[in-house]
Design a protein around this ligand. Structure first.
Ligand SMILES: O=C(O)c1ccccc1NCC(=O)[C@H](O)[C@H](O)COP(=O)(O)O
Length: 216
């Protein structure tokens, strides 16, 4: 049996949620970055939760969020985890964990070998790491850009002290190779399973999850 878990990120509609859960995703991500084509309000997220089966983790994705924003999200939608996708410091991660009592996934953007040091730093405070391609400086979005980093940077480095996910430019056609090269046991995708920005494609979601699980 495969031990690879999949997170489908940026769900915006009930049929996307059902498609991801039916395909076997273990985590579903809901995006609260206002400039994202995948943005949902806390009320929309709460309504989408009605389509999430028990046992599938609901993850709130935020970027350098204030307590005010996090309060407004967590008051309305009972999330299982928080994904911090900005430049949150170690201290801010600790503060958020203490205030909300939820496990935190800290995102680390990688473009070259020097960026890997941040993974060790955040291992001390985060519950999981998400290793994503660093967004280009010109990009409006800090994630969800469909860009991959050089997976060879992770080759041979299978274990950190915390569980981690691989993200960035993954799609049904390359996820097996990414898993093989990096040893990732968890993978995350947003744009690679969409027919247009913010619109998940059920067949692509299914193909992605199947390919990831088969590769595990
Ligand atoms: O997806 C977005 O629009 C987004 C916006 C702002 C911050 C993060 C965002 N996505 C984060 C994710 O978790 C993505 O799954 C990850 O960056 C990989 O994206 P992709 O390369 O499109 O699969």
């Amino acid at each position: 049996m495969s031990d690879v878990s999949v997170k489908i990120c940026g769900l915006t509609a009930p049929d996307h949620v059902r498609a991801a859960a039916d395909a076997g995703a273990r985590y579903l991500g809901f995006n609260f970055f206002p400039k994202s084509p995948r943005y949902v309000s806390p009320q929309q997220a709460a309504a989408l939760f009605e389509h999430v089966p028990v046992g599938v983790a609901k993850v709130a994705l935020v970027v350098n969020a204030t307590d005010e924003l996090l309060d407004s999200i967590t008051a309305v939608a009972p999330f299982d985890m928080l994904q911090l996708h900005g430049s949150e410091s170690v201290e801010r991660v600790q503060e958020i964990k203490a205030r909300y009592g939820l496990p935190v996934i800290k995102v680390v953007g990688v473009a070259d070998a020097e960026d890997l040091a941040a993974i060790d730093t955040y291992c001390d405070v985060a519950d999981q790491l998400l290793i994503d391609a660093k967004a280009p400086k010109s990009s409006v979005l800090p994630g969800g850009n469909g860009l991959a980093f050089d997976w060879r940077l992770l080759a041979g480095r299978k274990y950190w002290r915390k569980p981690w996910m691989l993200a960035g430019g993954l799609n049904p056609g390359n996820v097996a190779e990414a898993i093989r090269m990096t040893g990732a046991r968890q993978v995350d995708v947003a744009s690679g399973v969409e027919s247009a920005p913010g619109i998940k494609d059920a067949a692509m979601v299914r193909a992605f999850v199947d390919a990831a699980i088969r590769a595990g």
